[in-house]
Design a protein around this ligand. Structure first.
Ligand code: SAH
Length: 237
């Protein structure tokens, strides 16, 4: 090959390499700012949650044309009428579960896979169920590419939980049923916590359940708006 062409090809790769390094640095800055302004300032101080939110590349989980908005203070569409939650809500839900490194967590509503990645930074293993096959497959691909080997994504209806893998130290539900699904309650360990939005299509309350002496203690957190939990026929739970 003509040396000039070789030089040109080398330059091309050096430039694109530099460009992508520059972009990674920019995303890191945006992520640090997101944690500072949207999360710390709103009172979430748990170091493991803040570190996880600083580490997970949220821009990898949103559609390419929304990448520049990935660190904004709002949810974003991810296709199939579904959304990736606002960063603050992800941090809040993660924090109230008070996770430790040995914990096993069940997530209902994988969506983009972002919340699962945040959990995977903190705990031992994440079992996540997504109803919509195309979303589940995409989340699996992104999580695999980023090396999250401690997340397993199953495609199916999460209402019944994942009995074969139960019990779980924590359960996080990111779609809203009208009432807490009984099968999920049954899959929580003693001392385990579940965070779940409960209510109708337009307004729900985010609640925290803690299993204490076999009973579930309930605490209301904040009003939220999640997509409804659906069954396989497309109806709402
Ligand atoms: N946690 C996600 C956001 C989820 S949006 C993230 O980090 O991106 C809610 C998701 O719940 C949607 O993808 C929706 O398809 C899914 N969902 C709705 N009903 C479900 C059910 N019964 N079982 C599993 N997933 C369900």
């Amino acid at each position: 090959m003509h040396p000039f062409i070789v030089l040109f090809i080398d330059l091309f790769f050096i430039m694109t390499g530099l460009n992508s390094q520059h972009m990674q640095d920019q995303f890191r800055e945006q992520r640090d700012r997101m944690v500072e302004l949207q999360i710390l300032r709103r009172g979430i101080t748990d170091a493991s949650v803040l570190d996880a939110m600083r580490s997970v590349p949220r821009h990898e989980f949103v559609p390419a044309h929304f990448m520049d908005q990935a660190y904004g203070d709002h949810p974003l569409p991810i296709g199939e009428g579904q959304t990736i939650s606002q960063p603050y809500i992800v941090a809040l839900m993660t924090g109230v579960l008070e996770l430790g490194p040995g914990d096993r967590v069940l997530e209902i509503g994988t969506g983009s896979g972002y919340q699962a990645a945040v959990l995977a930074e903190i705990c031992d293993s994440v079992f996540s169920i997504e109803l919509v096959p195309s979303l589940g497959r995409r989340a699996r691909r992104v999580l695999g590419k980023l090396g999250y080997e401690n997340v397993v994504v199953k495609i199916g209806d999460g209402y019944r939980g994942w009995p074969e893998k139960a019990p779980f130290d924590a359960i996080i539900v990111t779609c809203a049923p009208e009432d807490v699904p009984e099968p999920l309650e049954a899959q929580l360990t003693e001392g385990g916590k579940m965070v779940i939005p409960v209510g109708g299509t337009y307004t729900q309350e985010l609640i925290l359940l803690t299993r204490e002496n076999g009973r579930l203690e309930e605490k209301d957190l904040i009003p939220v708006r999640f997509v409804p939990m659906k069954n396989a026929d497309g109806g709402n739970y």
